[in-house]
Structure formats: C-alpha cells, structure tokens
Design a protein around this ligand. Structure first.
Ligand code: UDX
Length: 439
C-alpha cells in the first residue's frame, strides 16, 4: 500500500525528510505552526542552506507529491504515517532538553485522528519520552489505540542531509507492536532492499541509540582535543598523532580532527541533555565523563582566544582581527552554538576589532551579532588585519593563496583553528603560522 506521509515540524529535519520522502515517490504533506515557513516552503524557497535539497523540494512540489499546510486537521485526515520532526532544544539555564514542542505536536494532531494511523517520532529525546507520548496519543486521539507510536531516531548531518536521509547508515526503530514494524518496513522498503541494516527494538533502546551515538562522536572529538592539549605542553604534533592513530581501523580517522571543537544544534545540547536524563534516572555516575567531554570542548575556545591574544602582542586593544568562518561547520549556514562566532564575540568583548566573513552563514551571523563587522569576501575582511583566524574550514579558505592574503593584511599572522592549512606552505610565504595542538 502506498502510504501517505505527514511531517509535523518543517525545520531542518522536517523539511529534509518531507522533500526526500516525496522524492522516493510518497505523497507528503508538511505541517507547521509557522505560517511564514510554510508559505516559503510551498513556494519552493528553502529557508536553510543544504546542498541539493532545494532542487528536490521544487521537483516534488511541481510533481504534486509534496505540499505544505498549517492545518493539523488537514494533516490528520491526510496521513497514514505522521512523522514528528520538531526540535528539542536545551532548556534555558539548565542542561535538560525541552520536549514541549513534541507535546504540542501530539496535542495539535491527536484530537483530529479519525482513522487508524502510525505516529513516528524522529526527534532526539530524553529516554522515556516515547512511552509518555504513546500514552498521551492514545488518550487524546478519538480512535484511541488505533493511533500507535513508533520511535525512529534520525542521524542526519547538516551539509549531507539529503545523502544521509536517502542512504542512511542504518534504520533504528522502536516499536510496541508487529503492526507498527510492518508499516515501517513498507515505508522504508526501498532502503531495506538496498541493504540498509535495520535494528528493531523497544522505545527506550531506540531513544538511547541516538544520544549514545552523539555522545560517542563528541567524546571522540574531545579525546583528540585533549591529546592536542598534551601535545602543546610536550611540543608534539596532534595532526601527525591523529594520522598515526587513524591507521588503526579499530580507531579510524573520522571525527579525529583536532581543533576548535564541536558546536551546532545537536552535539553540545545532546550530551548535556543525556547527562541530565541519566541524573534523573539515578545513573549520573555513568556519564560523568561527558562533563569532561564538554569541558575539554569549551576549553578549546578559550585556548583559541589566548593564542590570538598572544599573536596580537598580549592585548587586543588597537588590534584588527579577521575571523574566517561563522557557521559551526562548513557546508552549513547554521550558527547555533558556533565555536567560530563564540571566539569572535569573546575577542570583540576584550577590545579587538573583529571582522567576520563566511561564504554562506554571513547573513545569519550579522542578524545574531550586529555589533561585529563583516567583509564581503575573505580578502576584504582581511584588509589591514594584524591577525587572521581560520575558524570554519570552508574549502575556499583552505584554497586561499597565502601571497594574495598576505598582500592585504597588516601583518602575516595566521591562527588555524581547524588544522586545515598546510603549515609549510604558509610559513614559506612568510606567515607566522600557529595552530591548536601543534608546535
Ligand atoms: C551531528 C551528528 O553527526 C549527526 O549524526 C546527528 O544527527 C546530529 O549531530 P551535525 O551537528 O550536523 O551532526 O555535525 P557534525 O558533522 O557531526 O559536526 C559536529 C561538530 O563537530 C562541528 O562543529 C564540527 O566542526 C566538529 N568536528 C567534527 C570536529 O571538531 N572534529 C571532527 O573531527 C569532526
């Protein structure tokens, strides 16, 4: 049977999943309380920067397989499977996750559910949330137990969202019945046929897989950044250390780039929410290491500011600094918890004149931090700079010509916050080159 799908919440996750599931041939309806977002999506205007996604959105709108609405009543009547794709941000002033958008989504959808359907949670949640929402769904839906919940965490990376959605590494599914499993096997039939592994489990395990994966990735990054700290103290080179580790295929080379550390809308808040939830469950001791992971990560930003101050001659007063990069990582316009902007703001607070340039996240940065200066290109932003900081490793920065950049700056001083440049090449061009974790 060709199921009709709804996506509740059309942010990063919902917009991507809507367009990609339509691309697979499903009829999809995206629903959101944000009328402006819905109008933009319906007009084929993607509110986020995600390579390849806007074409897929437009193609499927034109084909009539994809539509967007603000009506939950319409969504309830339309869908056989309703995906919950709303955000679960960090609560203000505390570690835990705010799951109120999920509750609001169930409260908006459930009272309109008149026929049998499956509601599938995709958001990242504290373990135990799915069971609570399943009970709430049955309580609020007129069809009662005819509306069932499944939990299907999403692992997509920004910048690779299309690929990660259409060719995921694995599908994880927490279900409470064989019927739910059967429906989801049909929804993901094309991926399963292509050999994508699927793990069928219960709600809490499915919820935990997601946060455990992000905790592992964050730990791997902080591990190599801890090694960078030791390398600095011992005059060793973390880039070579990381390369040597990577040849051990039990360790692997991915997520082993030392530098300014992790940011974004997921890793930082997910490890904090995980610690908070473990505490509620009386298992806080199991995750005390994540406190260190977080602390190591935040120390990288402070170290970056110190290194920049050192190159500025001991104080930022009267010093012009160029920050290359504002996005939390390349190929994204996302500035949520961006290490680059955090460093830019700290230096500016300490009296430095900071000019930022980012090829894609510039407008988002300008809106969030109007007090910083912005250049229209890397070279323009670097004009007259005493120190240049590379904080997001966009390809166009890695490919910068040291001579061209050198001809516009006031002094050739580069801090490479992502270990992305070839130190030899820059030093040979007369640059004072410094990087985190390298002599
Ligand atoms: C992450 C997870 O990878 C994804 O599976 C999950 O669904 C959401 O969270 P994302 O936030 O898009 O995805 O970014 P990711 O590519 O994981 O990078 C996170 C941060 O780690 C970035 O700030 C990046 O610069 C940093 N990073 C990554 C490092 O500092 N070093 C590395 O070696 C790798």
């Amino acid at each position: 049977m060709a199921y009709r799908l709804t996506m509740v919440g059309t942010g990063y996750l919902g917009a991507t999943t809507s367009a990609c599931m339509a691309e697979l041939g499903f009829e999809v309806l995206g629903v959101d309380v944000d009328a402006e977002k819905i109008a933009r999506l319906q007009a084929g205007d993607l509110p986020i920067h995600e390579p390849g996604l806007e074409e897929i959105l437009r193609r499927n709108l034109a084909a009539g397989r994809l539509r967007f609405t603000t009506s939950f009543e319409e969504a309830a009547a339309f869908g056989d499977v309703h995906f919950l794709c709303v955000g679960t941000p960090q609560k203000a002033g505390e570690y835990g996750a705010d799951v109120s958008y999920l509750d609001a989504a169930i409260e908006a959808l459930a009272p309109h559910l008149q026929r049998e359907c499956l509601v599938v949670g995709k958001s990242t949640v504290p373990v135990g949330t799915a069971q609570r929402l399943a009970d709430k769904l049955v309580r609020l839906a007129p069809i009662g137990a005819g509306a069932e919940l499944a939990w299907n965490p999403e692992f997509l990376r920004e910048g690779y969202a299309v690929q990660d959605t259409l060719q995921p590494d694995r599908i994880v599914l927490g279900v409470a019945s064989d019927k739910a499993e059967k429906v989801m096997r049909e929804v993901y039939a094309s991926m399963l046929e292509a050999g994508t592994p699927m793990v069928i489990t219960d709600y809490p395990t499915a919820e935990l897989v997601k946060v455990a994966a992000n905790a592992f990735l964050a730990t791997k990054i902080s591990f190599i950044n801890a090694m960078a700290e030791v390398c600095e103290a011992a005059h060793a080179d973390v880039k070579q250390l990381s390369q040597a580790l990577s040849y051990d295929d039990r360790i692997g080379g991915k997520f082993l780039n030392a530098g300014l550390g992790f940011g974004g809308g997921c890793l930082p808040k997910d490890i904090r929410a995980f610690m908070a939830r473990a505490g509620e469950l009386g298992a806080d001791q199991a995750l005390t290491f994540l406190r260190e992971v977080d602390a190591i990560n935040m120390r990288r930003r402070a170290r970056m500011v110190d290194l920049a101050r050192e190159l500025a001659g001991g104080s930022f007063r009267g010093c012009s600094l160029t920050v290359l990069g504002a996005a939390f990582k390349p190929n994204s316009d996302d500035i949520r918890d961006s290490p680059a902007l955090d460093v830019a703001v700290k230096i500016s607070e300490q009296g430095g004149r900071v000019t930022v340039y980012d090829p894609v996240a510039q407008e988002n940065a300008r809106r969030a931090h109007p007090h910083l200066s912005y250049g229209e290109s890397a070279l323009e932003a670097a004009r007259g700079a005493h120190v240049v900081l590379l904080l997001t490793e966009w390809r166009e920065f890695i490919e910068l010509d040291p001579e061209a950049l050198g001809s516009v700056v006031a002094s050739r001083k580069m801090v490479d916050g992502r270990n992305a440049l070839d130190a030899e090449v820059w030093r040979n061009a007369g640059w004072h080159y410094r990087a985190l974790g390298r002599p």
